[in-house]
Write a protein that binds this ligand. Sequence first.
Ligand SMILES: [Ca+2]
Length: 238
Amino acid sequence: MNEIQNPDFENKYLVPEDHPEWDNCLIAPDWTMWFDGPIKPEYKAALPTDKPEGKRIFAGSQAQQWFNSYNTHRGGVYQRVQVTVGALVSATVRASVWSASGDDPAFSGGPQGNGKYQVRVGIDPKGGTDPNSPDVIWGDGVFPYDVWMEVFSPQVQCNTGHFTLFIEGNCVYPVKNNNCYIDSASLKVIPGGNEPPPVGDGSFDSIRVRMTTIIDEAQAILSELDVLEAGALWVIPI
Ligand SMILES: [Ca+2]
């Protein structure tokens, strides 16, 4: 079962509720846009009639795109997902890029080449919403020029019951067309990883085991203090 809401980026695209003043910013329902740095790319739905016709959609009748012209950007969308505590998950999304210094919509290249446009998928197993957080574990980047590729996140265990799926587009050169298209996000729960964190099962036996461990650790610390105290008395006589 795919736990991601609106995985195919369909339905009526919306202006972000927290930034209604932003122009050219339409996001698929259930997804949130993000960008890093001073440059906000434009966001809207890709349609089957966009050139090259039929190539901008992977599934259904729309795909999320973000883009700008003669500029660079780092941004994308994210979604916070609820999963079983302890679940081992990975996620994928389909991505396609048109990054071109020319105008041929079927060719990422042109007189000055492409913008070196990379797509990655990351997971924050703590369910945060900051793409720059060190908690986000990113997968390998791909360069899906003029084709649809499946982009993978790493496998991550989620002990908080939530994780956040980040999708990132990042380009190096400000070529004429830096456009990213994404579609068909999928969450996979990996068998064997669905174990809760080691906090015991709440039984008296598990509590006894835990308390015994704590007592052993405390006695070890007390022994070390005794040694330190004896040494201190010897080194610094009163
Ligand atoms: Ca779609």
